[in-house]
Design a protein around this ligand. Structure first.
Ligand code: 9MG
Length: 234
């Protein structure tokens, strides 16, 4: 919410080895309510502009809104990270026209209620089938396959058991032929496994990132960049 603080945090993360910086104007935590496109833009544009002026890092924008995709692109973003996988009206077309890279994430429900009672008959095949269908929708919209990444959406409408099944069987997503991104950092999965609050989950998060990479993940979304980069380098 404070552009200068966000810029400083981004520069710290780049110095610690981050290759992408993901900037979002809408919380997608469990229980969060949506933010209007105008409010998202009011929050993110000053940060994107300041960061673009200071670094050549790839700027990813965390949004589902076509209006935000277009404005973020004009301000210098190179990637769209969409937890709704471009299902919002006009989002596919805006992403295709932007020329940006896109991460398509799986989420069951919406952030407001997604953790109330997540349910799947078979979580891995259902998430995989959803992502396969969204990749096909991107192909139909003219988005080059080389611009896409997929993400099973850990914690987005999933219980601990669902998350563990996805992590164990992450290799099954590699057969879709698209680089795999994961976000496990500081999430409740790390908290439940270690019995620690969010600020004390670095060790658990790094362990989860390592397991994900050993199981085929190519892009790791992390808060604690330095220890994550060190662990992955080793
Ligand atoms: C915005 N956001 C929060 N968690 C995320 C995750 O796990 N993946 C992606 N792609 N975005 C996320």
């Amino acid at each position: 919410l404070e552009p200068q603080a966000a810029l400083e945090q981004a520069l710290r993360m780049i110095a610690e080895g981050a290759a992408l910086i993901d900037i979002g104007g809408e919380s997608t935590r469990p229980g969060a309510q949506p933010a209007a496109a105008a409010e998202q833009l009011r929050r993110i544009l000053p940060v994107i502009e300041r960061l673009r002026a200071r670094s050549e890092v790839v700027i990813s924008v965390d949004t589902s809104e076509p209006q935000v995709i277009r404005a973020a692109r004009a301000a210098g973003a190179g990637m769209i990270n969409d937890v709704r996988a471009l299902r919002a009206r006009g989002a596919l077309e805006a992403a295709a026209a932007s020329g940006c890279a896109v991460c398509l994430m799986h989420m069951q429900g919406d952030p407001g209620t997604m953790q109330d009672a997540p349910h799947y008959t078979e979580v891995v095949s259902e998430v995989r089938e959803f992502l396969r269908e969204r990749l096909a929708a991107c192909a139909r919209a003219g988005i080059d396959a080389g611009r896409l990444a997929i993400d099973p959406g850990f914690g987005f409408g999933k219980t601990l058991e669902h998350n563990l099944s996805l992590l164990r069987r992450l290799r099954e997503f590699a057969t879709l032929g698209t680089p795999l991104m994961v976000g496990l950092s500081r999430k409740s999965m790390a908290g439940t496994l270690t019995q620690r609050p969010p600020g004390e989950r670095t060790g658990g998060s790094v362990a989860l990132a390592l397991i994900a990479v050993l199981n085929g993940a190519r892009i790791i979304r992390a808060h604690d960049v330095a220890p994550t980069v060190d662990a992955l380098r080793v």
